[in-house]
Each structure stands twice: as C-alpha cells, then as structure tokens.
Design a protein around this ligand. Sequence first.
Ligand code: ADP
Length: 198
Amino acid sequence: MTSKNIVWHDHKVTKQDRSSIKKQKPVILWFTGLSGSGKSTIANAVETKLYKMGKHTYLLDGDNIRHGLNKDLGFSEEDRIENIRRIGEVAKLFVDSGLIVLTAFISPFQKDRDQVRNLVNDEEFIEVYVDTPLEVCEQRDPKGLYKKARAGEIPDFTGISSPYEPPKNPEIHIKNDEVAVEECVEKVIEYLKEHKYI
Ligand code: ADP
C-alpha cells in the first residue's frame, strides 16, 4: 500500500535531457517467446550491435534477475505475474534514464505484457515476438529443461504444462526457425531506424 506521505519528485534533469545527450529515443524492446526460442541470443546480439553503434543500452535477462531482485519469487502464476511487474517497473526507470532497454523473458501472458506496455508512453514499448515452434525449442533444449518438464520434474513449464499466449499485435515478429541470428538482428535494427529511435 502506498503511503499518502510519499510524493513523486520531479527531477531537474528530464528524460528528454538524458536521452538527447545519448542521441537516441529511449524504449523497451520486450522479447517474448517460449523457452529456447532464442530471446536471449537475439537480444544479446541486438545489444552488441547497438553498442557498436555507440548507443546506450541495458539488457535485463530472465535468470540474472531471478538471482537478485526477484530471488524471492518462484514460478507459480502469482509469482510469475509479480516477476514481470517488477521487471516492468525497472525497465520503466531505465527508460526514464534515457536507455534502450532490452528484456528477455518468456512472459507467457498477454495481460502481463500489456501491463508493462501501459506503464510507459505509447512509443516506448516494442513487443518482439520470437516465434519458434515448440518442437524446435524442445529439440534445442540447451538447458535440458524440456526433458525435465516432460519427465514431470518441472511443474508449470511454459509450452508443456502451462500455456503460452502468443502476442496478438507484436510490433516485431521474428520467425526464428532456420534463420540466421544476424538476420533477426537486422530486422530489429531496421525497425529502430525506421521509427527514429536511433
Ligand atoms: P531463450 O532465451 O528464448 O530461452 P536462447 O537464446 O537461450 O533462448 O536460445 C536457445 C538455443 O537456441 C541456444 O542454444 C541458441 O544458441 C539457439 N538459437 C537461438 N537462435 C538461433 C538461431 N537463429 N539458429 C539456431 N540456433 C539458435
């Protein structure tokens, strides 16, 4: 519950000031997709490309956040919702700091993704759907998680025992099956250029 004694402080240096010094328009690139779809791989490669272009970025990645900020959260529906809510709030602060924020979380529920979208201005949220067939993700299975989930060792595993709701209207739709990572990166960079974020 927010205390009535807490007020929002306006800063003298504005979001506009912070982003113009960086020569970019701050935004959240929200990667969503099944485990193993390629979110981290593509987000990392996009961040590398942006860095080489002299852009200021920060990548928020599933496992890393669960090691720190969200280490008290599990994978129940309630905890997943809270996980995404906190990440959204952090991403919002980073947008306020003028950064291009990349996030790589399964974020299976449209409602939760929309909640983050609603935290920021219209143009500050880009939903990137990394669309890879479940069979392909399961074949890749880099962390052996699908194998465990199929053996019933992981409850609530997205795609197996928990639903994934594909984005209805993602700004960027990447089909990441038999496509080179560079091609996916190019698609995101083109979008950012076309819409004058960079
Ligand atoms: P996620 O973050 O969605 O769980 P990862 O980025 O960890 O997925 O990728 C899962 C696996 O798929 C990794 O082993 C990665 O190397 C591989 N991968 C990702 N994108 C491609 C691609 N375009 N072609 C081939 N393999 C890929």
